[in-house]
Design a protein around this ligand. Sequence first.
Ligand code: FES
Length: 174
Amino acid sequence: MNSNPTTDQMKRGEFLRSLGMSSAALMAFYCMGTGLTACSSKSDDPSPTPGTPTTSSGLTGNAETAKGAINFTVDLTNADFSKLKTVGEFVKVGNVLIANTKGGKYVTIQRDCTHEHQDLVSYQLASDNFYCNAHGSTYATDGSVTVAIISGQAAMKLYKTTLSADGNKLTVTA
Ligand code: FES
């Protein structure tokens, strides 16, 4: 059974929205200092990327932040999730990324990078960290930023992960 602390780090977009900034103003803010070619047209709360199991017979509950609190269970005997039994593998589900990290510890983290919220984050077993292929940000498995692309870059949000007694059900909660 694995259990990880949950962080309540507010995403930068959420913070700026709380100040009343529009989406256009948010994009302008994100693009400042990074150069236009580095800017994404994605919103900061992207929909899950097609091709990942947002619906699956092995998934019960809610994995999408737009639909409410994260609270779901995946069945590791299901083909969509069975690779999670292997150390070093990861799967993206709804708005989260689940990884079986070094030593067999499950870590669940927000799937979009906190730099420009691109969906290009992966787990790297050799360095036991998360890497964003968009511009090279890296994050430790506690969500902290280890290579920041911009000053003050936010940590990744972690979710609590609980493995069932029989080792085949993984429950993820906010
Ligand atoms: S979006 Fe730029 S490093 Fe991830």
